[in-house]
Design a binder for this molecule. Sequence first.
Ligand code: NAD
Ligand code: TYD
Length: 340
Amino acid sequence: MKILVTGGAGFIGSNFVYLLLEERPDWKVVCVDALTYAANIHTLNDALKNPNFTFYKEDIRNREGIFEIFEKEHPDVVVNFAAESHVDRSIENPGIFLETNILGTQVMMDACRKYGIERFHQVGTDEVYGDLPLDRPDLFFHEDTPIHTSSPYSTSKASADLLALAYHRTYGLPVTISRCSNNYGPYQFPEKLIPLMINNASQDKKLPVYGEGLNVRDWLYVKDHCYGILAVLEKGKVGEVYNLGGHNEKANIEIVKIILEELGKPESLITYVADRKGHDQRYAIDPSKANKELGWGPTTMFKDGIKLTIDWYKNHMDWMNECTSGEYQNYYKEMYKDRV
Ligand code: NAD
Ligand code: TYD
């Protein structure tokens, strides 16, 4: 089995690469990544030593380059993680989100059509369902919840999902889609809530909480997500969508306080800042289809996962410093200057 993973130098993609090399030692893993700001090639240092792993620096928008890789590698299965993934950046600069997330996905699927594959799996997000009200804890996202996006990011991801389903229906491409809730764990770029707060708190910098910090996200440990994708590949039905989540809803402020407590830092570091435009209130996944049909469910409790995560960042400050040197400093200044 040869599996091609796009975006494998990013957060979830790299965790998936390591899971495959460990759990499916007879599979060949080919990684394609453009190495944008969100990637760190050093994340793949151990994978690069493995003879079953091959890396290509390539942009999924580059049809010619992607087709050449398919011509050479002939993968059996493709998992498309590559994307622009940060909501705040999509609000500032939507164009690249449409290009990578929609047109890049189209290029990948066109290559799959031309060269033939057993499966194209699109890694999706629960953000395509929009948000749920904070005062209706009884409501959850189901696979048939209408698509109702809020941000340019979620809109680009929803468009990619719809295109993937259209390629299945129109061309018979063997497509599956998973839609996951917020992930946390090692190798997440520190523009996202959890690693950003860990990084700032470690340096006694202010923790910028948007609005009142009451927005709710449904957190899943990244390894559980990766097992979910593997389960969809091995047991999922072509043409189907699977929601992945672990019924672990937390308000942002709860998360920030847990991080401060774990790091032994004072709550006085918290600063409430201007809210995100169009900020989604609550995300909450109903994962019962994946539970029933794939036998999948999360195995890492949040209280354990968050400790593992904080310890990982504490022990990998070199990795964090690589991410936050250079361009990140400008990003942070620009993104947060009007907020404080
Ligand atoms: P990330 O931003 O950490 O990594 C994205 C990776 O894609 C990077 O390595 C980057 O270099 C690569 N990439 C970006 N544009 C590319 C291009 N044009 N060509 C080739 N490679 C390119 O993102 P992540 O958090 O790991 O998310 C991975 C996928 O999972 C995305 O599709 C995202 O929408 C989805 N997802 C993420 C979450 C989450 O909580 N992080 C939850 C649900 C779904
Ligand atoms: P984020 O990690 O960007 O993921 P998403 O927007 O895709 O859910 O943000 C998670 C939540 O944390 C979201 O409600 C926005 C909030 N947030 C802050 O309060 N402060 C921050 O600096 C960041 C990055 C996010």
